[in-house]
Design a binder for this molecule. Structure first.
Ligand SMILES: *Cc1c(COP(=O)(O)O)cnc(C)c1O
Ligand code: SF4
Length: 352
């Protein structure tokens, strides 16, 4: 990307820093100071480098640069849009589904996404679990043998040092009924240098696999440094999936989604979920309608490689879980009789 400004050497956290680096207009500062007082701001050097500041609609900039529209909070928007709170048996654990729990060892992230569904919970002031709290969370997992999978999330768990990450992975590997550790992270994209040999070694479990779920929303995020960081993880035998958030004006068109999902597959990451935007506060300008999301998925089906296609899902507000929202290609037409629609919209009878 052509650059005519100083590349930052550290994470930018104040609107003034963003203005100093030419990422926001100085006359926007008063409104953006107000945004930053409410919702945390952080842009890593790796992401600042992938923003073209001449483009007000830059798809990387829009994800991380504060926007005055965040001050517009709609009545339907919620502080806890996916309803984690009622499913928190001990601090740091969310247990909503039978066989898996979320474990949130930290509440900070290397970047703060402007559409974050946990934006009221994450931020630099939010504390990590202390040793006693982490022990209590691990005791909860050890005491519930139906739990097969632990999903490390937060915040972004990959901000842990390799030493602490290795210790946590080892303690999870020692719980006999666990079969899988999954890590939800943006780090390979937003701070690829963190994925060094020490971190890769720390992530590998002695007994059970570690799968990485990368959060990535646009091909422009995925430059050579990002692809190399992903490569270090995959080469070490850590399988990778991606979740993408459908974001208005940013990736809500077939060409962008196609290029993004292809870029992920080329980097050896399987697109898994496309999330419908959650009802987080001050994010109305990012949300599409469900009808628009379904129409996009319908256009992808048939024209784009099947392995490039994630499942379009909604996390039902109130903690009722995630469900697929995609097109239904099947209608019943009597006992064991069906009409199946093909990707072009033509209908075909099927018996069975
Ligand atoms: C999203 C989520 C999961 C993971 O769900 P998958 O469909 O397995 O990806 C688990 N627990 C909670 C509370 C979640 O919100
Ligand atoms: S990295 Fe995840 S948890 Fe952190 S701000 Fe972005 S969406 Fe929210």
């Amino acid at each position: 990307m052509p650059r005519d400004r100083l590349s930052p050497t550290r994470t930018l956290r104040r609107p003034q820093d963003l203005a100093d680096h030419g990422l926001i207009a100085p006359d926007a500062l008063p409104a953006l100071e107000q945004v930053a007082a409410q919702f945390a701001v952080a842009v890593t050097p790796a992401m600042a480098d992938r923003i073209n500041p001449a483009d007000v609609n830059d798809p990387v900039g829009r994800q991380f640069l504060p926007d005055a529209r965040e001050l517009d909070i709609q009545p339907a928007e919620l502080a806890d849009p996916i309803g984690d709170e009622p499913f928190t048996p001990v601090k740091g654990i969310t247990h909503r589904y039978h066989d898996r729990v979320l474990l949130k060892p930290v509440h900070a992230c290397p970047v703060y996404c402007r559409f974050c569904f946990r934006r009221e919970m994450v931020g630099p002031g939010s504390e990590a679990l202390d040793e006693a709290e982490l022990e209590a969370a691990l005791a909860y997992i050890a005491g519930n043998p139906q739990i097969w999978e632990v999903i490390l999330t937060g915040g972004d768990p990959m901000i842990l040092s390799p030493r602490r990450m290795g210790d946590l992975i080892a303690r999870l590997n020692a719980i006999p009924h666990l079969g899988l550790v999954r890590i939800h992270t943006r780090v390979p994209v937003v701070d690829p240098d963190r994925i060094d040999a020490e971190m890769v070694a720390a992530l590998k479990g002695a007994r059970i696999p570690t799968w990485i779920m990368l959060h990535s929303n646009h091909w422009q995020e995925l430059g050579p440094d990002q692809v190399a960081a992903i490569g270090r993880l995959v080469d070490a035998g850590l399988p990778m999936l991606a979740q993408t958030v459908l974001l208005r004006g940013l990736n809500d068109d077939v060409a962008t989604l196609t290029r993004t999902f292809r870029a992920l597959i080329s980097a050896r990451v399987k697109p898994h979920y496309l999330h419908h935007g959650d009802l987080a506060k001050g994010t109305a300008h990012f949300r599409t309608s469900i009808a628009e999301g379904r129409a996009l998925m319908r256009e992808l089906r048939g024209d784009v490689s099947g392995i490039c296609q994630p499942t379009y899902v909604l996390d039902i507000p109130g903690g009722h879980g995630k469900v697929p929202l995609g097109q239904d290609y099947l209608t019943q037409d009597g006992d064991d009789a069906w009409i199946v629609e093909d990707p072009r919209g033509q209908r075909h009878p099927y018996k069975g």
